[in-house]
Write a protein that binds this ligand. Sequence first.
Ligand SMILES: *Cc1c(COP(=O)(O)O)cnc(C)c1O
Length: 871
Amino acid sequence: MKALRRFTVRPQLPEQLQPLGSLIRNLRWSWHPASQDLFADIDQDLWEKFDGDPVKLLGAVSVARLEELAGDQGFLDRVRGLAADLDSYLTEPRWYQQQIEEVGPDLGEPGRRALPKAIAYFSMEFGVTEVLPIYSGGLGILAGDHLKSASDLGVPIIGVGLLYRFGYFWQSLSGDGWQQEHYFAHDPQGLPIDRVLDANGEQLTISVAMPGGRELTARVWQASVGRVPLLLLDADIEANDDELRATTDRLYGGDQDHRIKQELLLGIGGVRAVNAYCEITGHPLPEVFHMNEGHAGFLGLERIASVISSDGLSLAEAVTAVRAGTVFTTHTPVPAGIDRFPMDMVRHYLDADGEGVSKLVPGVKVDDILAFGAEDDPHRYNMAHMGLRLAQRANGVAKLHGVVSRDMFAGLYPGFEPSEVPIGSVTNGVHLPTWAAREMYDVAGDMAGWRDLASAEDWPEGDRVSNERLWHLRQTLRGRLIDMARVAVKESWLQRGRSSAELGWTSTILDPKVLTIGFARRVSTYKRLTLMLRDPARLKKILLDPDRPVQIIIAGKAHPADEYGKRFMQETVRFADDPEIRHRIAFLPDYDMGMASILCAGADVWLNNPIRPQEASGTSGMKAALNGVLNLSISDGWWDELYDGHDGWTIPTADGVTDEHRRDDLEAAALYDLIETRVAPLFYERPRDDRPDGWVDTVRHTLSYLGPRVQATRMVRDYVNEYYSPAATFSRAITTDLTVAKELSTWKDRVRAAWPAVRVVNVDTSGIGTEPSLGNVMAVRAFVDLGGLLPEDVEVQTVTGRVDDNEQLHEITVVPMDVIQGGTDGAEGDGFRYEAQLPLTRSGPVGYTVRVLPRNGLLASPAELGLIVTA
Ligand SMILES: *Cc1c(COP(=O)(O)O)cnc(C)c1O
């Protein structure tokens, strides 16, 4: 008989075991081996059966066993010791508290560097542990690593996301290698989360207005990620009708209408949940709001509405105030990857009243909101454009991705060079305690000289770790991967309809001594899962090489609606099914965080071959690097900036080749060449003790060079220093005294109104004679009509650079000009004279021009208003 609904009854722990409850409730255990070992010792079989899920374990363990443990002094001592350890982790001062000390007490002085009292971080998905299935891939895992690293550093973040009833799908294969998707319902009581209770002891709920007078209500749960609360909104409650109840049923599984409801709930409901949470618990209110991708963009609307209603600001003033404290991170380098909704759909949900004011976002006109998401196509609402308009600071996720993003969004800043578009970059990172195998901790500690791994900027003591020790470690991790892979391949064949009796061969596939290449990621066209199959005969030869064999382990999920992706997967699976090579290549179904941690650690080489520059950052190669795995990658994402010639291999790209088939042929050939001539020879060169010392040296360099750089704690420190702190500084200056917001907003209006009249009337030069030569100083003078603005409102600049045949400037240098004479200048009308001295520092064809930009200490970038006048 099928149950209508399910729920989980939580066990009563004996008094002495109470601290076990708090050890399980806080997800710190998911990156803390000693806590995991303790749970495993409760019941080894159940721990394995439930794949390391302590909530399920505790739900299943017998009362007799719990009573036995309650009388076991050794166990109780461990419980108490770990509870005390967790308590100090949660309360002791960490890196952030040290920063606050350095900045000094907060005297509320405007303009002084501030560190935010709290930051809210919004994301559609969070990959904290596979036990909390609210993530699909890289974006979510990055968000999870962000929270964990913030916790390790003591950064006061509050995460905000959605609780999905079915999460993402579980993957298996059909007999012919086609992806099958399965969804399992999770009841919240069976997950490691708690209710957030309101003042009446009821579970907190928030609601968001829906068209037709309906309300979308969600209850609020909290996952505790170390020191960081993660608030999760769950619409699966009786207050909602069936359609609204389904809002949080699954991640990325619905149509656009389903998706926009999710994003409205996350953005608007999320801000309401954070405010209520802070009021209930006394947690400081966030001063900075971080949108992890455009999905979270609607949070800006709710904050605008709330400053309008509480502080009586105009829309323009409210936008100015909200922008100052908002950070937007974009994750996609391809326009097709941007989240966009039909304009009419957004209009429908904004739901105008008779005055054109939105019922969803009270106090704001629907047309004004629609303008935030405007793009070239008038029928589309662009969430990235909204992110850029509502956040004063924006970034891509690797240096190269910053360059690509500035290009991609240059259209929003006409007249500026792409390099001046106000989008920076913070390179992604991964959380070491989550992704480094536990055997690595001591090695990392030795290499870092036992400084705090979360804040150490380098690991200078790599030589402390012997070749013997490193090689032993690599063998151990490879062995663990192969054990896991054999079991996974057998299970997969059972799901594909074979019987155990015909699967004996799976227990001997793969060889613990053979060079192992790992490749696992979301199956999406640009990641090119099948590049390695470009020349199947050549790949086969590489796998079966008698002296230097290679084996490949592959995993990844295709989006349920992605037929192409599924076809690529099937092609790979069928290739691997070939009895001639199935002992050297395997596809493992259901890639998730648990599998990733074994796969990224156990391979010798981590392969990454996206189409450059479509991989914004990529993070699996970073997980690999933290385990001494060598990267073999296209120069894209994070690898483009962190390959130093000694930490792995870069696959040459066929730059400039426009025929994509030819490009793939060339890049695949380059990949085969590298494996045959560089990778395999280094791995199999064994000068003594059957140990590849050259390889091990590269492993050591990978660890000591990349170790400190690929960590998410480095990323979070960068966000604090370059984004959160400046945002808090500006936000405080603007919001502690709202007249500042008003003045800034009035100033912007005045500048915008005057701008059409601003022009560079004339420019002349002197000092270079008829034959300019290096070392001459050129005096540039310009007469500029400011259209009624004052010199303090603008910056006038000379721009010099190399000039091409089309008179375009390149490699520009910008020098501000000084005002030398002001006011009314008779014949020439209202205007100001400017001058700059420019030493000629480059030979060849050079050019210059003069331009005028708005200037204000509260602009994060001169390009922010998108206003510029060039001579
Ligand atoms: C790390 C990880 C990803 C992201 O890897 P990329 O290299 O960014 O593609 C995706 N899925 C899982 C399960 C992961 O652990």
